[in-house]
Each structure stands twice: as structure tokens, then as C-alpha cells.
Design a protein around this ligand. Sequence first.
Ligand code: 5GP
Ligand code: MN
Length: 317
Amino acid sequence: MILDNIIEEIQNAEDIVLLTHETPDGDAIGSSLALYGALKQIGKKVDVIIPECPSLFNFLPWHDQIKDVGKEEKYSLAIALDCSDIKRLNGFANYFEGAKTKIVIDHHGSNTMFGDYNFVNPASSACCQILVTLLEYLDVSINKEIGTCIATGIITDTGGFKYSTVKSETFEFVAELLNNGINISDIYRKVLQISSKKQFELRKIAINRMEFLESGKIAFTYITSQEQENLECGTGDHEGIVEIGRDVENVEVSIFLREQNDGSYKVSFRSNEYVNVSDICLMFGGGGHQNAAGCTVNLPLEQAKEKLIAQTKLYLK
Ligand code: 5GP
Ligand code: MN
């Protein structure tokens, strides 16, 4: 069984590097830090590498252990978490490719299975939820610190327990965390409710120019790199904008473009009911889940908009 192989590889590894996807979210960071804490608990030598971790996650245990560069020599084991595609490891793919053994732990249906061992469960609401099973196998006790990281991933990736990816199992895991003294409401408030002033200002800009197309079934908006610069925005400050459009009555697909420093656009897609936005994003070299996906488009704004909308129209009823 694949879990047995993974446990064996972890037990035999001399040193381990944990990697996750670019522009990391709560599940990427939560699963990386939860596994970091767990591997430390069983006496492993571990590096956790996360590029540009948003400061909102500074309350998490071990966040001060996060590195933005690894060691030069090869690691004996690399584990990629919450990452569907080796391209999304961005500048860190070399640590993955260079390692003697490579493991992928993920919950994206579009995962390309780029490891030697791929523990991928698209039915899982978050990568953090998959870790619960792995940690049981590893005989690691889910203490308050590890539990806080796991709860963070589950809360953020389920939008606060409201997506259809939530199963009774999700609540069972979270009930267990609550029983172990993890403060779910405090984590919820920190990761989903509080917004910084900059975030608020950025949302105002995006809301003001939001358009409703195709009889209101598509919501579309964007922010430029100049606007992000003016507000001195950091990673993660755009989080939540794409959901604003999705939550308007009759909208099926919400599209949000964020201009990056090189002029390309990072695109976020969200859908409500029937459109599989992961399929749309695959057409642009991206991917994700049925109701939340993304891609990068290297075109001027108007052309990018036209192409994205034309493709989306094909999926509307
Ligand atoms: P977000 O819009 O929050 O950046 O991403 C939504 C979901 O789509 C996440 O699960 C994320 O991992 C996935 N995703 C976003 N951008 C890309 C991309 O460029 N490629 C792939 N494969 N998945 C993406
Ligand atoms: Mn995730």
C-alpha cells in the first residue's frame, strides 16, 4: 500500500525537504508546517521551504522555521504538499527533482502525479485533511500546535466549511481537533474574517470596476500591478476578491485577474454550481478544482479578458 511505502521512505530518510505551491494559501502553509512539526516530533532532520508566506499566517507554530532557500547538497527525501503540478513549485522544483526520493501529498483532481509516490485524494477537502491519515500511520500525536496548522488548512480550503468539498468526515476531523483544545473560532477569525486596511482598499478598487457579463452569469474584475504597488500590497492581499463576484446573485463564474510584475496576469476562477473551472484553466495551462481554479495568462489585459470570457461562455448553460 502506498502509505506503507511513504512511511518507510520517511523513516529511512536522512534529511527531508518540504515544498509547496507558489503564492501559498492557508492549506499550503498549514500542511507544510503540520508535517514539519510531525517530522520533528519523530526526530527527523527537516527543512520547510515556503516562498513569500503572507504575514497573516505568522500566528502559526513553526512559522519562524520557514526557509526561503534550501541546502546545496541533495536531500534524501522531498515531499511536495498541496501542489498539483511540478511547475507550481516554481523556483524550488530543483530541490524536488534533485532528491533521491520524491513524494507528492495532495488533493487536487488535476494532479499530474509527479512524484515516485503520489498520495493524492481529490475527495479530500484540504491537503491538511489527508495529513491526518498520514500522521496516524506515522504514529504522531496531533498536539495543539500540529492541530492548529491542520485546522488552518481545512478552514481556508473549505471557505469556512461552506464548499461542497466538505464531507461528514471533515467535521469529524475538526470535532476531534476541538476536543483536543484547538481554538477553531480564533483560527477562523484570523484566517477568514480579519482584513488589513490595504486589503480593504484593494477590494474597493476591484469592486468598483466589477462587470457582470453574459446576463450576469460571469463576474469579471482585475487589479493592476501599479495599484498593488501604490497600496504597498504583499502576497495574499488579493485573497477574497474573486469570491466577492462569485457571491452575487445569478453569477455562475467569477474571474479575477491580478497583474504581476512581469506584466502577465495571474487568473483566479470560482464557480457556484455546474461549471468546472478547472477544465477552463487547463486550457490555459493551469488547473485546480471543480469550483476553484487558476492559471497564468501572458497577454495584454483586453486580450486576456476576451480569451478567458470566450472560453468561459462555452461552459455556461
Ligand atoms: P487561487 O485562485 O486561490 O489562486 O487558486 C484556486 C485553486 O486553483 C487552488 O487550489 C490552486 O492550487 C489552483 N491553482 C491556481 N492557479 C493555478 C495554476 O496556475 N495551475 C494549477 N495547476 N493550479 C492552480
Ligand atoms: Mn489545498
